[in-house]
Design a binder for this molecule. Structure first.
Ligand code: ATP
Length: 225
């Protein structure tokens, strides 16, 4: 096994309905800021927290694969789309632990908006036993992480106490359990914005890869309902 196979693995879950440059920059910048060997993008099958996605799991997987093509630092995992269960992050991390063993550092990457909602997730406190959590400051949805004490719920703040890390070395030194904020280039792109533009007949070009837009056009996705 080379260094790449044993270094920290980033995990980026999401609906990816569709995948866009906000997701891709998040993965790419997390790789650099957190010292990750690779980032694995995991499109959700049936996300428990939200409306069903507009597109099928197959289409969202295909778009994610097109988006990461040519970048050896990014990969796509079809485990949640293939599963008939609801997509709980806890179960995905348990599956990855089985696949990768107890020692490999796993780093769950979340946008700050997703992180603030963590206490609503299924058995959220158990996630810290399975992975580190890295939180990207996302424009428009959360103040900078340095001001966390003011914005986190008391339960989340308590769960983070004693876990804060500020260097990639701290993540590489343990398999799980640390929380590390990092800044990313602000990109106010969301999948909802892309869907709204497309269903209104407007251009979404330069918000997501051309290859993904071509797929959307070819398969007539995100048309007005
Ligand atoms: P939607 O608009 O449908 O809610 P989304 O664009 O927020 O979708 P998700 O698939 O829900 O995309 O997001 C997956 C992860 O990517 C989440 O952790 C989210 O915070 C993060 N993310 C999405 N867009 C950005 C962005 N522009 N900058 C930083 N993080 C982002």
């Amino acid at each position: 096994m080379g260094a790449t196979e044993s270094g920290p693995l980033g995990i980026l879950g999401g609906t990816f309905d569709p995948i866009h440059f906000g997701h891709l920059r998040l993965a790419e910048e997390a790789r650099g800021a957190l010292g990750l060997a690779r980032v694995r993008l995991i499109p959700a099958g049936q996300p428990p927290h939200r409306e069903p996605p507009r597109c099928s799991g197959e289409d969202r997987l295909a778009m994610a694969r097109l988006a990461v093509a040519g970048n050896p630092g990014l990969e796509v995992d079809d485990g949640e789309v293939r599963s008939t269960e609801r997509s709980y992050t806890l179960h995905t991390l348990q599956r990855l632990r089985t696949e990768l063993g107890p020692a490999r550092p796993l780093v769950l990457i979340l946008g700050a908006d997703a992180f603030q909602g963590l206490p609503t997730w299924h058995r959220w406190e158990a996630l810290f036993d399975l992975a580190h959590i890295a939180v990207a400051n996302r424009p428009g949805s959360a103040p900078h992480a340095r001001r966390w004490p003011g914005i986190l719920s008391p339960a989340l703040e308590a769960a983070c106490r004693g876990r804060m890390a500020n260097s990639p070395a701290a993540l590489a030194a343990a398999a799980a359990g640390r929380v590390m904020p990092f800044d990313m280039t602000p990109l106010a792109i969301s999948a909802s914005l892309v869907r709204d533009l497309l269903s209104g007949g407007a251009s979404a070009r330069y918000l997501l890869p051309d290859s993904v837009l071509d797929y959307i056009g070819l398969h007539h996705l995100y048309r007005p309902s």
